[in-house]
Design a protein. Structure first.
Length: 339
């Protein structure tokens, strides 16, 4: 009668992959042949050491038997189910009272709760080749973290997405791409700080929807992004020389140079939203008028700060035109409501 079964766990099924032997392998003679065959196939294989250790443990225990359980190269549910199935068949056949588990590393020991649910575990023996113990443990930790990152899209976008963007920028622009890299990181931190991820997610979904449907709105969004990028780049290049010693001149130059293109970008984007009926015509007029007024004021304010000799006339004109247009839009809304 078998009182104790000594279980050698090969969770990633190196035995089956390299020798073709299927688990469970029951009995000292069969396990010995399996270990020798595995060593001949791969002399560096640590699972063979674990099998020999299990055989040694079996010899030190009375009324015991040694068994090798194999899983699957695809670690996880598939592997653990295979081991569970084999263990149930062994328990049904040998009817042991307890188990001693022998493994060659931390990965195999993830299966312990599954074994414990079928048969009580009296002891766990870990056999790792001395030279590779730290390396193997580190390997499985890194592999576990990597699988966790890849399986969660939110973490993958941060851990993999941002470095990918940085590498692409550096590869395309070389040393000149360092500024773009810093801008990318700064933009990400800004989005996280003010928690505006939802806005950009909605924007991206809408952009993808228009692309899928093949609407003219897609081209308006593309043009909007192009004008936004051109405006920002031109504005920065014109004003970058003032950044280190005069912030006022830097901002004035940027707005004076970039504002017209930024307004065109906003106008195209709002027009696209109007065409897909995301906003009504009345709200569209109000927002476009407001954006135009702000752009006009910023443009002439930048002009005044750069050339004070022009005076306040243009700024006054910009404020007057902005309020006049806004008043006309409000009047138009009232007339439409009264009809």
């Amino acid at each position: 009668m078998v009182r104790t079964v000594v279980l050698c766990i090969d969770r990633d099924n190196d035995l089956g992959t390299k020798t073709g032997i299927k688990g469970p392998v029951v009995g000292e003679a069969r396990c010995t042949r399996a270990a020798v065959k595995l060593l001949l196939a791969d002399p560096s294989e640590s699972d063979a050491n674990a099998i020999f250790a299990a055989i040694k443990t079996k010899r030190s225990l009375k009324n015991s038997e040694v068994v090798v359980l194999t899983g699957d190269p695809a670690l996880g549910i598939k592997s653990d189910r295979a081991i569970r199935k084999q263990l149930k068949s062994v328990v049904k056949r040998l009817k042991p009272k307890e188990a001693v588990v022998v493994s060659d590393g931390s990965s195999d020991e993830f299966i312990l709760p599954v074994i414990q649910s079928i048969i009580p575990i009296a002891s766990v023996q870990r056999v790792v080749v001395r030279q590779s113990e730290g390396m193997e443990t580190g390997y499985y930790l890194l592999k576990s973290y990597w699988q966790e990152i890849v399986s969660q899209p939110e973490r993958a976008r941060v851990v993999l997405g941002i470095p990918a963007i940085i590498l692409i920028i550096l590869a395309v622009f070389g040393s000149a791409g360092i500024s773009l890299v810093l801008a990318t990181i700064g933009f990400y931190l800004l989005v996280k700080a003010f928690r505006i991820e939802g806005f950009f997610t909605t924007l991206w979904h809408e952009f993808a929807f228009t692309l899928h449907k093949g609407r003219v709105t897609f081209f308006l969004y593309v043009l909007s992004l192009i004008f936004l990028a051109i405006g920002a780049i031109i504005g920065y290049r014109k004003s970058a020389v003032f950044l280190s010693y005069d912030a006022t001149v830097f901002l004035a130059t940027f707005f004076y140079t970039a504002t017209p293109l930024l307004f065109v970008s906003a106008f195209l984007f709002l027009t696209g939203k109007l065409l897909v009926r995301k906003i009504g015509f009345t709200i569209y007029l109000r927002i476009v008028t407001l954006v135009f007024g702000i752009s006009l004021i910023l443009y002439y304010t930048g002009e005044y700060l750069l050339t004070p000799s022009v005076g306040f006339a243009n700024i006054t004109y910009a404020i007057f035109v902005s309020f006049a247009l806004l008043a006309l839009v409000i009047l138009f809304e009232q007339v439409r409501k009264s009809e």
